[in-house]
Write a protein that binds this ligand. Structure first.
Ligand SMILES: Nc1nc2c(ncn2[C@@H]2O[C@H](COP(=O)(O)OP(=O)(O)OP(=O)(O)O)[C@@H](O)[C@H]2O)c(=O)[nH]1
Ligand SMILES: [Mg+2]
Length: 466
């Protein structure tokens, strides 16, 4: 990304494709002078642009009219980027937008790089890095809960929590440095108080970090693959969970050949469900390709829903399939067609438990009847608990949802643990060094000490116009 922050940059802020109105953003000091060259107000020419004012007029390229437009102007220090800036609300035709961007570039502007507006806002101190990153999360949010968390982060939740922890570390560091710098003052050395303080900071950091798995799934959604042998009722279950008659269901083995997907919402989490081809030995090349795809989808998914037919019980084929699922994959064994085996249900569940408990690290077994539509409440509860490690009724919103933030927080926790060990051994210089490392890691979350190449990488994932 160009680091030239002196340029006047421009970009469309609304998506491609015809629309009634499109917005073009322009930022950079001196851009109001540029605006005077390309825009004429209908009434009262010879004016100066004020901050937060809207002007109706015409965009020109020399004497040629490009479009009628509403322009909103912002003064330096009062805009999103912190720079003199304006937004053109033009008609949403692709040609008009291209012509307006061209005249701006001809008059001294240039096209913005992805995320360049947000990067300038960050560099000019209008937002911190965690707030800048939240902008893209708001844009990309796929559920109401994801949008809520991102908006909170945009309003500074991460910054406030991290700054709170940072202040605790900084206060402790100051105390230790006084002790190191003035040994002659005969201050009593009470490392137990300090290690206790470090413990408390580590605990608070861990609480923040614990919500991360949940936060990540709220942000990115959960991928769930339905797997099982032919005719177990996978497609019937898929339709039941989706509440839609999407997949073809029949009692012919091998009905589903390619995979199908659909999105459902379980407790605010967006879940992408995959219905896949039944697993069996086959010479049919198309069915074989279908089963390969089924396995590759289950490898990539966050959780496998292995469906077996209650009326057939745990067959050798099921045993082979289950053992081929990686043992660290979170798996729910769904004993389907429970309507056919009411009285033998517990016996079958015991048999399955005995078979899989030494195989999977994390698993659940539930009975359902996809055809009679029973078991969904139990399914939802077990699903969320297994994937997110928290109860479905957990109400507090996670604070950390971004992988980069989580990694930095973990780095800080590691430094704090080292500080505790060094403190305990009374090696105060090293303990102080570790606390400084912890402050650095925390500072990288909010962006006070984030190296330039990392900043470029973060902002380059933004869309143009943000
Ligand atoms: N009694 C009963 N029958 C079911 C249940 N679920 C599915 N079936 C029946 O089982 C048969 C197979 O259902 P599908 O959903 O097509 O099975 P599948 O696992 O997708 O099969 P493939 O696509 O061939 O791998 C159909 O006749 C369904 O009506 C259930 O809960 N109870
Ligand atoms: Mg099917």
């Amino acid at each position: 990304m160009s680091s030239d922050t002196e340029d006047i940059i421009c970009a469309r802020a609304t998506p491609a494709g015809g629309s009634a109105i499109a917005i073009i953003r322009v930022s950079g000091n001196g851009c109001h002078a540029l605006l005077h060259k390309i825009f004429r107000k209908k009434f009262n020419p010879g004016f100066t642009f004020k901050s937060h004012h809207a002007y109706y007029g015409t965009i020109f390229d020399n004497e040629e009219i490009i479009d009628d437009a509403l322009v909103i102007t912002f003064s330096e220090g009062k805009s999103f980027t912190g720079e003199e800036s304006f937004e053109i609300n033009s008609h949403g035709s692709e040609i008009v937008i291209a012509l307006i961007l061209r005249i701006i570039c001809k008059t001294g502007g240039r096209l913005a790089e992805p995320g360049e507006f947000s990067k300038r806002a960050f560099l000019n101190g209008k937002i911190d890095l965690s707030e800048a990153e939240a902008i893209m999360d708001v844009v990309n949010a796929s559920t109401k809960q994801a949008a809520n968390i991102a908006v909170k982060q945009l309003n500074g939740t991460v910054k406030n929590e991290i700054n709170f922890i940072k202040n605790l570390v900084a206060d402790l560091l100051a105390e230790i440095e006084v002790y190191i710098d003035y040994p002659e003052e005969d201050l009593s050395l009470d490392t137990a108080v300090w290690t206790g303080a470090i413990d408390s900071i580590i605990n608070q950091s861990n609480t923040m970090l614990n919500g991360f798995t949940r936060g990540k799934y709220i942000r990115e959604g959960i991928q769930a693959a339905i797997l099982g042998k032919t005719n177990a009722g996978k497609s019937t279950l898929f339709n039941y969970l989706l509440n839609e008659d999407k997949a073809i269901v029949s009692d012919i083995h091998g009905t589903t050949r390619d995979y199908l997907d659909g999105v459902i919402n379980i407790s605010g989490y967006g879940v992408r469900l995959y219905d896949t081809a039944g697993l069996r030995k086959t010479l049919d090349p198309i069915e074989l390709e279908g089963t390969k795809r089924a396995i590759s989808i289950s490898d990539k998914s966050d959780i496998v829903l292995y469906v077996l037919s209650g009326s057939e019980g745990l067959t050798d084929n099921d045993k082979v399939n289950i053992q081929s699922i990686s043992s660290d994959k979170k798996t729910i064994i769904i004993v389907n067609k429970i309507d056919l085996i009411q009285e033998k249900k517990n016996q079958l569940i015991n048999e399955i438990t005995n078979f899989i408990e030494n195989h999977f690290i994390n698993f659940r077994i539930i009975g359902m009847s996809a055809i009679q539509k029973t078991g969904i409440e139990e399914f939802n509860t077990q699903f969320i608990e297994l994937v997110t490690n928290t109860s479905i009724t957990e109400s507090t919103d996670p604070i950390i949802t971004n992988e980069r933030h989580a990694n930095k927080l973990l780095e800080s926790i590691n430094s704090l643990s080292n500080a505790k060990t060094n403190m305990h051994n009374q090696i105060l210089d090293l303990a102080a060094f570790d606390l400084r490392q912890s402050l650095n890691s925390l500072g990288e979350i909010t962006g006070e000490i984030t190296p330039n190449d990392i900043l470029d990488k973060i902002f380059s994932t933004f869309c143009v116009g943000k």
